[in-house]
Design a protein around this ligand. Structure first.
Ligand code: ADP
Length: 534
């Protein structure tokens, strides 16, 4: 060996020893002939433990066939470059490696073995896996986001969200509950369920107003527990003191509030699993991200439903309004035609013409009032007004219009109230007119006023058709009319809405009590001295 040769050998040995990669040589039969320091570090075996052993020592059982492929390629004189595979360490742990295998030839050029360079790429693989998982989750989120934001049907949104989150979180079952609480502060309404049939919850009633559920429904945040039965807030409520008997078993627990853009807690997504420690931070993050998207989608769906409803009401209103405006106009046109052919009758027609013009004026002023209310420009002129005067004048106006008897009972002593007399009279005329419109002629209609403390209390009572309980609140909304068999009762469903706005502008209250077939009592309360709003 020349000096040059020995120098080259020493350099090679040093490179092999200091290399970051495992460098191994083996015979064509697979027997290990050399083993550097990095091989020791990566695979955990010392040199003396592996020299003379078969290379299959490093190959996991299920990958043993790879060695045959490698040897046959080597025999053909081919290299194997950057072949990514999995090998086993001394402890049995699996590691990802990138292999480059080259044939070793003797002086005659005969292949006698192979050199193997193995790079540990476990960390790189873990990063790749992490990124892939992250991308997969983003894709999923994006997909679910798209799916639910394209939906305007609340039921479909909730089912999709519950199904997707149950699947993603690995829960045994998941459910969405709406955040509605009854008078006793109990029941939340079950809405959608995934992973279990709806009947699984039927016999338990709704989740109760417990400490654990409240965290979600009050929007305090996410509750994730490896074992909810060990939570100090769990199991405090009688009679079940925890899950009712026969309930789907829940040990791992995850609950995420679904909050609208306005900050209202719409409901909660709840997940359960019978084994402990199932829900991890990544599940919490994923479900929270979907819950945020669900909040927006549900907001949109609700707005859409409102727009739909308003649109329907608007169409209905246009129908009513045209009918209401057309009826007096047709009547007026009829009388004018008659008067043309018989001018001597004009005197007789005048009161009827006047009545129809009055009706038109009333409709148009209602419409003007509505537009003022909508624009926030309902102006009130407060002045001292006699209570007797207010009621008597309103009663007189209605009597003239409908020719019906109205009983009136007033405090013996008159009192001056600070109100917009004209507007308040409009309210009373409207309520009294309704009383006549919705009852048979000849039945009793009464108006009574009294002062209690610093408040005026007026009631208008009739013995008419009454209002079903389910409509009692709604009749004060715009364009709302209870459908009756009598299609001839005029009205646009605006009177009570305008009345409510006027009474409330006086810091008062208006509401109805009624019994179908027996009659209605309208209550109007307002302060004697109304302080101006603002
Ligand atoms: P309308 O122009 O239809 O009378 P209102 O806003 O004044 O509109 O009243 C709304 C609805 O409330 C009416 O369409 C009617 O169905 C119901 N209503 C109001 N007052 C009475 C009453 N005294 N008796 C029965 N129903 C009434």
């Amino acid at each position: 060996m020349t000096l040059d040769d020995s120098l080259r050998q020493a350099m090679l040995a040093s490179i092999i020893d200091t290399s970051e990669d495992a460098i191994i040589t083996k015979t064509l039969e697979g027997i290990i002939t050399s083993w550097n320091k990095s091989a020791e570090r990566i695979f955990g075996y010392s040199e003396s433990e592996v020299i003379g052993k078969h290379i299959s020592l490093l190959i996991p059982q299920e990958r043993l066939s790879e060695e045959d492929m490698i040897i046959s390629r080597l025999k053909e004189g081919k290299r194997i470059e950057h072949y990514q595979t999995i090998r086993a360490t001394k402890t049995g742990a699996r590691i990802h490696i990138s292999l480059t295998v080259s044939p070793i030839k003797d002086i005659q050029g005969v292949i006698v073995g192979a050199s193997k360079i193995a790079r540990d790429i476990t960390l790189q693989k873990q990063k790749e896996e992490f990124i892939n998982k992250y991308i997969h989750q983003l894709e999923l989120l994006n997909h679910i986001g798209k799916e639910i934001s394209a939906q305007l049907d609340v039921n479909i949104i909730l089912q999709k969200v519950t199904d997707a989150t149950t699947q993603l979180s690995g829960a045994a079952f998941g459910a969405f509950f709406y955040n509605t609480i009854d008078e006793k502060g109990e029941a939340y309404v079950l809405y959608t369920l995934s992973g279990a049939p709806k009947e699984a919850f039927d016999k338990f009633g709704m989740p109760r107003n417990t400490e654990v559920f409240n965290i979600t429904f009050s929007g305090q945040g996410v509750l994730r527990s490896d074992d909810i039965t060990k939570d100090p807030r769990y199991g405090k409520n009688a009679p079940h003191k925890g899950m009712p008997k026969g309930h789907l078993p829940v040990v791992s627990y995850l609950a995420v509030p679904v909050i609208s853009q306005t900050g209202v807690v719409i409901g909660g997504l709840f997940f359960g699993h019978p084994s402990p420690g199932v829900f991890k931070e990544e599940h919490e993050k994923l479900v929270s991200a979907i819950a945020a998207q669900a909040g927006i989608a549900l907001d949109n769906a609700r707005l859409y439903q409102e727009v739909q409803m308003l649109n329907e009401k608007k169409d209905e209103f246009i129908g009513f309004a045209s009918h209401e405006l057309k009826t007096p106009l047709t009547t007026i046109a009829g009388y004018l035609q008659l008067a043309e052919s018989s001018p001597q009758l004009i005197g007789e027609f005048l009161p009827r013409l006047n009545k129809q013009v009055g009706r038109l004026t009333a409709i148009i002023s209602d419409l003007l009032d509505i537009s003022k209310i909508q624009a926030g420009k309902l102006e009130l002129n407060f002045e001292k007004t006699s209570l007797h005067g207010l009621i008597k004048e309103s009663v007189e106006t209605v009597k003239q219009l409908c020719n019906q008897k109205i009983e009136c009972s007033l405090p013996i002593e008159d009192i001056f109230v600070t109100i917009d007399g004209q507007k308040m009279s409009q309210v009373l005329i409207n309520i009294l007119t309704n009383a006549t419109k919705y009852s048979e002629p000849g039945t009793k209609i009464a108006i009574a006023a009294l002062t209690i403390g610093d408040e005026i209390r007026i009631t208008v009572t009739d013995q008419g058709i009454g209002i079903p309980a389910t409509h009692l609140d709604k009749i004060f909304s715009r364009f709302y009319r209870v459908s009756t068999d009598d299609k001839n009762v005029e009205g646009l469903g605006l009177g009570l809405y305008i009345s409510k706005e006027i009474v409330e502008a006086h810091r008062g209250k208006i509401w109805a009590e009624s019994e179908v077939g027996k009659g209605t009592v309208m209550h109007i309360h307002f302060p004697i001295e109304t302080l101006r709003k603002n």
